[in-house]
Design a protein around this ligand. Structure first.
Ligand SMILES: [Zn+2]
Ligand SMILES: [Zn+2]
Length: 143
């Protein structure tokens, strides 16, 4: 399946109308293996892409469970594609994120589950983030 096909397929799977900007943003996500900030995405998109349209597109994608926020302890908001096996809205906080201190990229480790945490009585968690910092596969190999 080509990247263009999978962008169209992802939109269809989430019941989203096909628009050129949505397809372009999805292609930009699909081309990268790490979380993207809106600035990163702007670099991949056509230079005349309207920034407000990009923000709106990301907001729609987040609401529909196409992408999720990746918190990486910087003030830059990053997003990553949700993995396909997961049902909508059940995946954003189930896996570990890994920030590489060499390339500064943040990866979704979709297959590494956040370990269960036993909370004291009276505490109820409603969301969770699990961020590891270190050296990624690529940076580790090249050192
Ligand atoms: Zn790295
Ligand atoms: Zn993630």
């Amino acid at each position: 399946m080509s990247v263009a096909d999978s962008a169209a397929t992802l939109l269809a799977q989430h019941g989203l109308r096909q628009t050129p900007i949505r397809q372009a943003v999805l292609r930009a996500f699909l081309a990268k293996t790490y979380a993207q900030s809106s600035h990163d995405l702007e670099q991949s998109l056509d230079s005349n892409t309207d920034r407000i349209t990009l923000y709106r597109t990301l907001k729609t994608f987040e609401e529909k469970g196409v992408v999720h926020r990746v918190i990486d302890n910087t003030d830059i908001l990053r997003f990553a594609l949700c993995s396909r096996e997961c049902p909508p809205h059940a995946h954003a906080d189930d896996h570990v994120h890994f920030k590489c201190s060499a390339c500064l990229r943040t990866y979704c480790l979709n297959h590494v589950a956040i370990p269960a945490v036993a909370l004291p009585g009276g505490f109820q968690a409603t969301s969770r983030e699990y961020l590891l910092t270190g050296v990624c596969q690529q940076c580790g190999v090249s050192q």
